[in-house]
Design a protein around this ligand. Structure first.
Ligand SMILES: [Zn+2]
Length: 159
């Protein structure tokens, strides 16, 4: 599933666009354009069918993408209790691979000391390792092993 981010600069500032134009311009579905209208993209008033000025499209998309970017910068994770993006405490994080295409990054919030989680791909991980001290922890060992007593026969089994 490829997802390109619409480039706001594709819109010509003085040109009005209808929903179909916008969909074609940014290579998105018309329903996506309709959801943008619900999210705050302003159409020209009292005009039917809906028309949006290129300048407004640029404003809306730039803001929308800016918001997303501000939320999580490289190396940051979202802390639920703080409702803020945070850089992990001591720049330390733990990576738990879940599949060949991704896993969970886990780190402590430096403010409230709650665990923060972020879904990452192995390609993101390489980048994150440049910023954070990442420990890779294999998933699913401790719990499963303790349910198989035979694995632990070297430990102090009573007589
Ligand atoms: Zn926090």
């Amino acid at each position: 599933m490829k997802r390109r981010r619409p480039d706001p600069r594709r819109a010509k500032i003085h040109r009005p666009y209808d929903v179909a134009d916008i969909a074609k311009l940014f290579e998105v579905h018309r329903n996506t354009v309709r959801s943008w209208l619900k999210q705050g993209l302003r159409a020209i008033e009292r005009v039917w069918p809906t028309l949006v000025l290129g300048a407004e499209l640029r404003r809306f998309l730039t803001e929308k993408q800016g918001r997303r970017k501000r939320r999580l910068q490289d190396g940051q994770m979202y802390c639920m209790p703080c409702r803020e993006p945070r850089s992990p405490a001591l720049d330390m994080a733990e990576y738990v691979p879940l599949s060949p295409t991704g896993g969970n990054l886990k780190a402590l919030c430096p403010e409230c000391e709650t665990w923060m989680y972020r879904r990452v791909r192995p390609s993101d991980l390489d980048r994150l390792k440049a910023i954070l001290d990442v420990t890779v922890t294999p998933a699913d060992e401790p719990l499963r092993q303790t349910s198989h007593p035979s694995v632990n026969h070297d430990s102090n089994t009573p007589g």
